[in-house]
Design a protein around this ligand. Sequence first.
Ligand code: PLP
Length: 497
Amino acid sequence: MQMLSTRGAAPVSPSMAILRGLAPDGGLYVPAQYPSFADADIEAMAGMNYRERALAVLTRFLPDFSREELAAAIDGAYGTGFDCEAVAPLVRVGSRAHALELWHGPTLAFKDMALQLLPYLLTLSGKKHGETREVFILVATSGDTGKAALEGFLDVPGTRCCVFYPEGGVSRAQYLQMVTTGGSNTHVIAVRGNFDDAQTGVKRIFADPAFAKEMDRQGRVLSSANSINFGRLVPQVVYYFSAYADMLASGAVRMGDPVNFCVPTGNFGDILAADYARKAGLPVGKLICASNENNVLTDFIRTGTYDIRTRAFHRTISPSMDILISSNLERLLFDLSGCDGAKIRDMMGKLAGERVYTIDGAMMAGLTARYDAGYVDEAGIRAEIARTWSKEHYLMDTHTAVASAVLREYQARTGDSTPSVIVSTASPYKFGAAVLEAVAGKAAAQGLDDFACCRALSQLTGTREPDQIAKLPQMPIRHSAVCDRDAMAQAVLEAVR
Ligand SMILES: *Cc1c(COP(=O)(O)O)cnc(C)c1O
């Protein structure tokens, strides 16, 4: 299986795509063909555990890795770091849906599903291609990717990880998780700007030949742990198969019945992995793209126009979705265009220049056949958390609540009664203050810091506060660098000096 660049550069192997992160023409790598799982392959997964399911999926998507290599990587990634045997459990939310919980890993958000595995894939890829330089991972984070990448790459030999986050743009727990990271190969830098500034800055560093040369002189080579890296996407395909296999096992569906997934979306990586699962034969119905007040994707999926000319950036209580330029959409556009790299180059040029583009009728037809979309405002998020807790006794975080609310709106609007999965992307304790306010009212959180909120939330709901959160206030702060958004390259060089 070869990987194509969305902007037309020469195809490479999956391991090379993972090693590089971004294609040399600035495009994203996508599979040239998709594996095809027969019904019997999927049915067999019903009797497997998560690691076996991961092996079944990844051997087919990553043919230049051996079965033994992948098995060892999967055992390392999804072993002791997860707090439950199922790794990605599927639980009922009342009688209306299931929640696919992707936050049982070390940093309590779904990024762990990929970032626990990526370091293995990346170091294996380096070996395959005779790479002797230190792989230098640059990350822009809206809050969750940063800690998950730091945790995944912590003290992994031959790697170094540098994270940029928007100053003041992440929750207190997210901030402390990152800046208390130990290890000898980690760097954390705040950017004076929002997530788009951090992401654009990282992309600019990747495109800068002088920077690459300086890294090379230092014996380093850049790569990415953001979801622009195919090595981030492919582990995410696994949990869609796993959810379906769990539904087969419980009798919630019979083989071949479609399932809808409603996904709280920012950079479009999580939901795109579901589309890849569909392309590989999983019976996926509609993919429902759920946004917060930063609803550029809702408008795009409804109208075919992606327009950020006059759009304000909103800081919300679901900060990991506060994004205006959604990177992985480029991969979907490439697919909808019939793999037309020139067309994508043109559209991405328009986005960078005029800050708007419109897809043609054929692409729009493909888009609306597979996707639906909706968004919810801040009050709607709080109301959804309160409602699901009181009516269905399920406690959800602010991101998951976006998907939950949008799914209910979708079902009411369309009457679609296909079995549905809410993709649950973070532990409620990662956003404890907002969740406590939602279930107990603003007064309950008054005067409490985030950690006191988590304790109160635990007492109120009888759910357990994860140790990773409880221990944070006592941990020393190890990273305090701050830089301007146009000085990120310099900040990296200073950090590694
Ligand atoms: C990253 C993140 C998202 C958005 O995922 P994308 O792949 O960027 O669309 C949603 N929820 C949480 C908790 C996240 O950390």
